[in-house]
Write a protein of this length. Structure first.
Length: 277
């Protein structure tokens, strides 16, 4: 049976018409991968995947991520929460997720995709937003594209975390510095031949530019990329499953009550290609 899907917005997102069983048994994996890199974000409603089904579905799409710098979760399961009792390691990095970012820019090949399901939701807020970095690149003027393709960007964990936790104690800052610094091209030419903007809060500075010019350029590109026409905002409902292409989108969570117990479960796939010019 072919995959049934409906676009959510012209530049981003599609809703799949599937059941938990259809996802977990893996028969649609190739079609889902192909659609994912075209649409950036795929969702399905009322699916109610069990943990085992979510893991099996993720595995059908690629190479399950168990962590690089540090181990991520239990057999690939990462509990996304601000609650230090549930996931102390992750909770410390949570504040960074309120800012637009790509996951894992400290790896040469950032994670390909993530599969997310809600287990506890907040009464208000907590929407997750995604911006399509392919569409944002495509919309730039030709001359600017040519210039941006010449630039390299230094990515660091401290650049991603410092704005989110400006008063972090020394031990926390020291942990940020255990993540490697990476230089990635600003424009990512994927193996497919398509190009996207490799943006993230982890972008510390552009190599060779004055710091003020570098900051202005990166801020402007984030503002360009996160215009409404490139963004899909997901309002979570129990039973949802959401898959995002981490290599062709940036994402952030909107504020919510820290005492709500909000908890999402994620499984992630290892990267398949380095950010290359
Ligand atoms: Fe993230």
């Amino acid at each position: 049976m072919p995959l049934e899907a409906v676009d959510l917005k012209p530049n981003i997102g599609a809703e799949l018409k599937v059941t938990a069983g259809m996802l977990a048994e893996g028969g649609l994996a190739q079609e889902i991968r192909d659609l994912l890199v075209q649409r950036g974000v795929l969702i399905a409603r009322d699916v109610h995947l069990t943990e085992d089904q979510q893991r099996a579905f993720t595995r059908s799409l690629g190479d399950l991520r168990l962590g690089s710098v540090r181990k991520e979760g239990e057999e690939g399961l990462m509990k996304v929460t601000m609650d230090k009792k549930v996931n102390p390691e992750y909770a410390e990095f949570f504040p960074g997720t309120f800012f637009w970012h790509m996951d894992g820019t400290y790896d040469p090949a950032p994670p390909f995709a993530t599969v997310l399901t809600p287990r506890v939701l907040s009464a208000e807020g907590g929407q997750t937003e995604f911006a399509n970095t392919y569409a944002a690149y495509d919309a730039l003027p030709k001359d600017e594209k040519a210039y941006l393709e010449t630039l390299q960007v230094v990515h660091t964990m401290q650049a991603a975390m410092f704005p989110a936790v400006p008063d972090a104690p020394l031990e926390q800052v020291q942990k940020w510095f255990t993540y490697p610094e990476r230089i990635h091209p600003l424009v990512w030419r994927h193996k497919s031949g398509r190009k996207s903007l490799a943006l993230s809060t982890s972008a510390s500075h552009v190599v060779g530019l004055h710091p003020a010019d570098s900051r202005a350029l990166l801020d402007r590109l984030i503002a360009h990329t996160t215009q409404p026409q490139f963004v899909y905002r997901h309002d979570w409902r129990m039973g949802d499953v959401l898959i995002w292409d981490n290599t062709g989108t940036i994402h952030r969570v909107r504020p919510y009550d820290a005492s709500s117990g909000r908890e999402l479960h994620r499984f992630t796939l290892n990267g398949e290609e380095p950010i290359a010019a």
